[in-house]
Design a protein around this ligand. Sequence first.
Ligand SMILES: C[S@@+](CC[C@H](N)C(=O)[O-])C[C@H]1O[C@@H](n2cnc3c(N)ncnc32)[C@H](O)[C@@H]1O
Length: 224
Amino acid sequence: MTAEHFSDPASVAQYGENARRMVPGLTLVHELADALLSEAVPEQSRVLVVGAGGGLELAHLAEHHAGWTFDGVDPSAEMLRLAVSTLGPHADRVALHEGYVDDAPEGPFDAAVCLLTLHFLDAEERGRTLREIRRRLHPGAPLVTFHHSVPAGDVRTTWLQRWARFTAAPGTDDERIASTVATMATRLPILSPEEDEALLRDAGFRDVGVFYGALTFRGWVGTA
Ligand SMILES: C[S@@+](CC[C@H](N)C(=O)[O-])C[C@H]1O[C@@H](n2cnc3c(N)ncnc32)[C@H](O)[C@@H]1O
């Protein structure tokens, strides 16, 4: 999906199914994010979710932690509507805000997650978003991020091709794979793992480390 899909009702309707197909191990990422947050925060906690549209991680976390309340921000009204329906009975513990991190309450929050979102932001906006997240966290609170992050140089195309082939329907031809890779490379400001990690540290996060990696995806945890 590229950014414009999040305002297209037909694309949004298929979001959950597509996300699970396009992201290797997405359910495991939710479980790992849950584990990383749980090791650090009490059962009565306030969690910030940036890029909360669709509600997949919100639903997972809300289902497993009856004492957690959530604030979720996302600029797409369509994706927020989908989040409400994904959350079902858990929606009453989630305040959803249409907008960007600046539109989130000041907190302070006990933890934050930002999944499948930062690869849509250029380096400057990504850094600013991370700083604004950190500013809203208690000192020592964890942040979990997960998004496309691909080494720079010639090998970048190789990794994008591997991801495109792995997630394509059986029988997809080389031309289609090449077109998917070209779309990814031109539309998404994907950074390298080194750049992503530097942005986290520059935003003030400590003890930054990778908790998951699969093809073009990487996930990090750090503390405010
Ligand atoms: C691929 S979806 C991920 C949704 C959800 N986090 C998940 O993992 O299923 C990316 C979301 O990021 C939102 N988004 C785009 N730019 C954003 C920004 N600057 N701040 C917060 N959310 C943003 C989009 O509207 C979209 O809902």
